[in-house]
Design a protein around this ligand. Sequence first.
Ligand code: 5GP
Length: 119
Amino acid sequence: MAYDPQNVFAKILRGEIPSAKVLETDGALAFLDIGPVNKGHVLVIPKVEAATLSELPDDASAHVGALLPRLCRAVREATGAEGLNVIVNHGEVAGQTVHHVHWHIIPRFRGDAVRWPWP
Ligand code: 5GP
C-alpha cells in the first residue's frame, strides 16, 4: 500500500508530535501506546517508510528484530508482566489502523481483561 508520510507514527519519527520513548536505536523507536490495552503497552517502529510488514526491507526489519528481545525484557521488568503478546496487525482487515508498520508488545497478567483479537 502507498505510504502516507502524514500518518501519526511518521509524525512521531519526525518529532512533530510527542511520544513517551522507551528505547531508541539508529533504526528503530519504541514508545508507549497512547491507548494501551494493558499497563505498559509498547509499540516499536522501524525508521523507514513502510506501511506494512510485507513492504519492510530486510535490513530495516533487522533493526526491529535486534531490539525486540531487549524490549521484552525491559517491559517485563518495568511492569512485572508474567507474559507478553508481541503482535503485528497487517492491513486494515487484520485491524491495522496506523499505516506505518509496528509491533505491539502487550504485557499480560494472569486473569487480566485483555481479549484476543481485540476490536
Ligand atoms: P494498529 O491498530 O494499527 O495495529 O495499532 C495502532 C496503535 O497505535 C493503537 O494501539 C493506538 O492506540 C496507537 N496510537 C494511535 N495514535 C497514536 C499516537 O498518536 N501516539 C501513540 N503513542 N500511539 C498511538
